[in-house]
Design a binder for this molecule. Structure first.
Ligand SMILES: [Zn+2]
Length: 565
């Protein structure tokens, strides 16, 4: 009885004091009713009240900092559910990367690096995706032979390029057998043309990330996460961590150097035999939600297919003639690569679920999506998977049927709306416009009640708008709202979502995917004070301005991590 009374009293007249009050603003709560409030009060990193100026100012005491927002907008802290923060942090840790938008840019980059790199040492062109190059084709050894003094490797993710010297140093010749699932692509003369499809491991001696010390890695990660905070992000999901990466995150966390909340996806090497994979799952003391509200484990990931940007995503239909031009493919009937057979994936996922993991697979091609959903269905029959909050990662080439199956099982969508902008012009040439009908079908997800988590898949570069992939959340939300490509064309406008829905994707949706929706993802009493103040009105500014919105201040748990009021 006493307890009921005090709870009731607290509801009627919140006696709480606040250490910070923001008032005279437009506070977008992103709560269930999408309430817009005037003011918010915060105490010890948590939200006390959200409401009218008059009501919230009652929490003021002598020591309260009171900030007049002068009509400015505050959003819940944005959450990018899909980044690769450590790799991205290291990509520009030692020196800045120039934008690589054409083969000419790449050649300039190689020539410049050659001037400062001792002859005979490797030059690696950082991850660049052919559909985003002006020429829309994969560079060959001829393109990379602008220097003959250095071996050159071009990182196209699942497909790599090599110059003549790199091929020679690695002993790759016309007689080199193709590795399992990979190809040493040959030119018309029967010689390797420098394109190595799923065969980068044939390159001998390419320098990898291991050249960095633990503290350098920690600094690179801290720098990247600080840049994320400046972009308006208060939480991220790092989507492919190894044991070493976990150690870097833990190092920062232990030193209280994490500027944003981080949820880690463990990606296992599933290329080994199934017993070894299952043993590792059982032996590692990790599982979903282990950790705290700053650093914890999220999902368990198996990479199921390659990438749409390099012609290795496993599709329902062949890449055809244009695939030859764009990706340097030799077989027009090629449909891409499936890395893990369905039976093996079922066994791996079964073991991971038994350990308490949330499950996901990188799937871009439609055939890979269908296989992942088959495996989810097999698990769902044993025991419904809804509560595991398992998800389709990317799921670029969706279908109406796949959306229906996701709905039925309660599977979440981890979406990268920005890819519509950057990749559709080239992909449309490969597959035709009609095949793009279910390319990130955001409105279909909304109608089906499927939770969407927004994300960028940021991998390389520190500039939020020029990175691969751009991690500016306002760019990605703008794209979900407009579906306008780099060429200005709108791709299936019926799949547009509105501003509220786009914001929910980057707040409620991402928080839900991370099992954080009771603590973050909206501005409501009791939740963490994770928020961002922006320079214009997200809900009413002209549509073209959405992508240009700039954060002015980002707060995580009541502490400013970027900017000022
Ligand atoms: Zn990714």
């Amino acid at each position: 009885m006493l307890r009921t009374l005090s709870t009731a009293l607290a509801l009627v007249c919140p006696l709480a004091a606040a250490d910070l009050i923001l008032h005279n603003g437009r506070i977008v709560t992103a709560d269930a009713r999408f309430t817009i409030a005037e003011a918010i009060s915060i105490e010890k990193g948590r939200i006390v009240q959200v409401g009218s100026n008059a009501a919230v100012l009652k929490d003021r005491t002598a020591s309260t900092q009171v900030v007049d927002l002068k009509g400015r907008m505050v959003l819940p802290g944005l959450i990018d559910a899909h980044v690769h923060a450590l790799g991205a942090g290291l990509s520009e840790f030692k020196r800045k990367l120039p934008p690589l938008n054409s083969i000419a840019d790449i050649q300039t980059f190689i020539r410049e690096r050659a001037r400062t790199t001792p002859a005979g040492e490797w030059i690696v062109v950082p991850r660049t995706l052919p559909p985003r190059l002006k020429e829309q084709r994969f560079p060959t050894k001829t393109d990379l032979d602008v220097v003959t003094t250095h071996p050159v490797a071009f990182d196209g993710s699942y497909v790599w390029g090599a110059n003549t010297m790199a091929l020679k140093l690695s002993g790759i010749t016309r007689d080199t057998p193709n590795p399992p699932g990979g190809e040493v692509v040959k030119g018309p003369d029967g010689e390797p043309n420098g394109i190595l499809r799923n065969a980068a491991k044939l390159l001998k001696g390419v320098p990898r990330e291991t050249a960095y010390s633990d503290e350098e890695k920690a600094e690179a990660l801290e720098t990247m996460l600080t840049i994320y905070a400046a972009a308006g992000l208060t939480g991220i999901g790092d989507r492919a961590v190894t044991e070493e990466d976990v150690a870097v995150y833990r190092r920062l966390h232990a030193a209280k150097r994490l500027p944003v909340r981080s949820v880690l996806t463990w990606r296992i090497d599933a290329s080994r035999d199934v017993e070894a994979v299952v043993r590792e799952i059982r032996e590692r003391p990790w599982t979903t939600n282990q950790g705290d509200d700053w650093l914890k484990f999220g999902s368990f990931k198996v990479t199921l297919d390659g990438g749409q940007s390099v012609g290795t995503a496993y599709q329902r239909m062949p890449y055809g003639e244009y695939g030859r031009h764009l990706y340097g493919q030799t077989n027009p009937d090629a449909r891409g690569t499936l890395f893990v057979e369905p039976k093996k994936l079922t066994a791996i996922f079964s073991a991971a679920r038994a350990k308490g993991w949330q499950l996901t697979s990188h799937v871009q091609g439609g055939a890979a999506i269908d296989i992942l959903l088959d495996v989810f269905e097999a698990l769902d029959k044993e025991k419904p998977i809804r509560e595991t909050r398992s998800h389709v990662m990317h799921g670029s080439f969706m279908s109406a049927e796949a959306v229906e199956r996701m709905k039925r099982m309660g599977v979440i969508a981890d979406v990268q709306a920005g890819w519509l902008h950057l990749d559709v012009p080239a992909l449309e040439k490969v597959f035709g416009y009609r095949t793009m009908r279910y390319f990130f079908p955001l409105q279909s997800y909304v109608k089906a009640g499927i939770v969407m988590a927004g994300g960028s898949d940021h991998m390389i570069g520190h500039d939020k708008d020029k990175a691969v992939n751009p991690f500016n959340p306002f760019f990605n939300m703008w794209m979900a709202i407009t579906r306008r490509t780099t060429e200005g064309k709108v791709i299936y406008p019926e799949e547009k979502i509105n501003r509220e829905q786009a914001l929910r994707m980057y707040t409620n949706g991402a928080a839900y995917l991370q099992f954080n929706e009771k603590k973050a993802g909206s501005l409501e009493p009791g939740k963490y004070a994770d928020l961002v103040m922006i320079d214009r009105d997200f809900l009413t500014c002209p549509e073209e301005e959405i992508r240009a919105i700039q954060p002015l201040a980002t707060m995580v748990e009541g502490k400013l991590r970027y900017g000022k009021w």
